[in-house]
Design a protein around this ligand. Structure first.
Ligand code: NDP
Length: 308
């Protein structure tokens, strides 16, 4: 298969490549080499966050890849996220001012002048959510971020922005895969022209976050389902001559979502971007639509879109 890429149009003519390289659980010291490898393999979209503690390594990886491949900064779409602070976890929520400072600190670690997309990582800061959003609007006005969005926000969180008369997010990054399809939220986002970025697309795999310490709310039953040799994803993947991971990622892009596969393995990094040489047929898409199990499992504290 040949590496082809597709984009999603955000407002203001900004093009977001549909396949991004995810970096959660990649240590700072490993991020440089893995991000470099990913860009070499054809990724033009990299997803990091203040909370991942790896922005320095991610920035070094981008720098090394640009130098090696002779491509310009404008050809790479970089997303980072504000860690909002959560009072319920004893943290101080970020204010308008500390949000502005957080982006400055992220840019310094990344060694970049701007990021392409800045997201509020989760709707945790109830009392400061709107102030954080106003700070993102200001950062966009200053040209330090090209597009702004949210992550793990539900309909009510976005309605809060609407009710305040503020511009709506360009994108919402949420957990989406066949076991967590969130049909109501997806249709709300589509109606409001908010681009959808899917994370943790590979949850149903038996190899998903198996390293000790990579905690999530994936249940023992789900782990067992993922190793079943009759797993419906395995059967479908064989039919299309692709891996189960490619099948799961293709489901996301076929639904119109951007996807963010993370891997620390060179072969998987290359494989996870090869998604545009096959198509899941209508019958299989319908079968997958019946597999929804509800809430996401990527966060050990539960699906953050359930926050009030
Ligand atoms: P993914 O769905 O990308 O799955 C990663 C896991 O699957 C790892 O254990 C990886 O192992 C394994 N894997 C990767 N490729 C393959 C393959 N081809 N075959 C078999 N196993 C494979 O999980 P994430 O939870 O990391 O989500 C992706 C990205 O989304 C994150 O890295 C982050 O950027 C973003 N994210 C955002 C969140 C948010 O709240 N906004 C929350 C969670 C994620 P190995 O590395 O050994 O290959």
């Amino acid at each position: 298969m040949q590496t082809q890429q597709k984009n999603i149009d955000l407002a203001n003519n900004i093009q977001m490549p549909m396949v991004g390289f995810g970096t959660y659980l990649i240590q700072d010291e490993d991020a440089q080499s893995l991000v470099h490898q990913a860009i070499r393999a054809g990724y033009r979209h990299v997803d990091t966050a203040e909370g991942y503690g790896n922005e320095k390594g991610v920035g070094l990886g981008i720098k090394a890849a640009l130098a090696e491949l002779g491509i310009s900064r404008e050809e790479i779409f970089v997303t980072t996220k504000l860690y909002p602070g959560n009072e319920a976890w004893g943290q101080t929520p970020k204010t308008y001012e500390s949000t502005i400072e957080s982006l400055q600190a992220s840019l310094a670690r990344l060694q970049l002048n701007y990021v392409d997309l800045y997201l509020i990582h989760a709707p945790f800061a109830k009392t400061e959510r709107l102030n954080q959003w106003k700070a993102l609007i200001e950062l966009q006005r200053q040209g330090k971020v090209r597009a702004i969005g949210v992550s793990n926000f539900n309909e009510a969180h976005i309605e809060e922005i609407k009710a305040a008369g503020l511009p709506l997010p360009d994108a919402n990054q949420i957990e989406l895969h066949p076991w967590s399809q969130k049909p109501e939220l997806v249709s709300y986002l589509t109606q409001n022209d908010i681009a959808i970025i899917a994370y943790s697309s590979l949850v149903p795999l038996s190899s998903w976050r198996t390293v000790a310490g990579q905690d999530s709310a994936k249940t023992e039953q789900m782990k067992a389902d993922g190793v079943d040799s009759n797993s419906p994803f395995k059967v479908m993947a064989q039919k299309y001559g692709v891996s189960e991971a490619q099948l799961l990622l293709r489901w996301g892009v076929q639904k119109g979502y951007a996807v963010l596969p993370k891997s620390a393995n060179a072969d998987r990094i290359r494989q996870n971007i090869e998604l545009f040489g096959f198509e899941i047929d209508e019958q299989d898409m319908e079968a997958i639509a019946q597999m929804d199990r509800g809430e996401g499992v990527a966060w050990s504290s539960g699906d953050p879109t359930k926050e009030v």
